[in-house]
Design a protein around this ligand. Structure first.
Ligand SMILES: C[S@@+](CC[C@H](N)C(=O)[O-])C[C@H]1O[C@@H](n2cnc3c(N)ncnc32)[C@H](O)[C@@H]1O
Length: 228
């Protein structure tokens, strides 16, 4: 498991700067006519505004009981309905076809292998209704930034050290207090391969949440795909 419970403590502070993705996912949700599903919902940082702005229930799946507990509290406080489910996104199953499945905050990078991601994409494709969308974002790995940060202590709500395992295309975030969260980066072609293999169609590939087109200098992949 690449998300130890130690990360739940302080996640709200850790992610406090991450705000620009919220209106992007909210807009997609407002356009979706049907079931809304967030993979790796965490503490509900995105799902709560999505439920509030759409006035609809959001199914949120996560493998961390501690994160789901925070999402439950946040939803109750905000007066919105989240259908929170403890589970692994690789085993996604829904009772009805979804209009939108989305996965913010680079969470697909917590899956260690291409086969793990392929499983998720196949499960998502199987659960989307025709025309339904799957959207996610992930960083475009930059070796220059990696080289600069490697081994450095980072302050903040969760003091940690970042370590790069280049051969394994993995980043380890090692908390001072114990616990490691790992991210396995993916290239643009790996994402395109997953989309292709799952039989999805690419609708847009942006280089940021402001919907600028991806170019050679982009640092983020923001994908919108669709089940034909
Ligand atoms: C960076 S947080 C993102 C939380 C939230 N989506 C957000 O945007 O703030 C990553 C989340 O992925 C969850 N996670 C990691 N691997 C998972 C898996 N295989 N299935 C479901 N959830 C997973 C973790 O428990 C954690 O809550």
């Amino acid at each position: 498991m690449s998300w130890p419970e130690a990360f739940a403590v302080g996640y709200a502070d850790w992610s406090a700067q991450m705000t620009e993705d919220v209106p992007f996912y909210v807009e997609l949700a407002c356009q979706a006519d049907g079931l809304l599903v967030e993979l790796a919902v965490g503490n509900g940082r995105v799902a709560i505004p999505v439920a509030r702005e759409t006035g609809r229930r959001v199914v949120g799946i996560d493998s961390s009981p501690a994160m789901l507990e925070q999402a439950r509290g946040g939803a109750a406080e905000a007066g919105v309905e989240l259908d929170l489910r403890l589970g692994d996104m690789r085993d996604l199953e829904l009772e009805e076809p979804a209009a939108l499945v989305y996965c913010p905050a680079r969470s697909l990078l917590h899956l260690p292998t291409w086969a793990d991601r392929r499983r998720v994409f196949e499960r998502v494709a199987a659960t989307l209704r025709p025309g339904g969308r799957f959207a996610w974002n992930a960083f475009a790995f930059d070796h220059r930034i990696a080289a600069r940060l490697d081994g450095q202590l980072q302050d903040g709500p969760l003091p940690h050290t970042i370590r790069y395992a280049v051969g394994a295309n993995r980043i380890d975030i090692v908390l001072d207090g114990g616990g490691t969260s790992s991210l396995w980066w993916a290239t643009k072609n790996e994402w395109l391969g997953l989309i292709d293999t799952a039989g999805l169609e690419i609708e847009a590939l942006y280089g940021g949440f402001d919907r600028t087109q991806l170019d050679d200098d982009s640092r983020e992949y923001v994908f919108i795909t669709r089940r034909p």
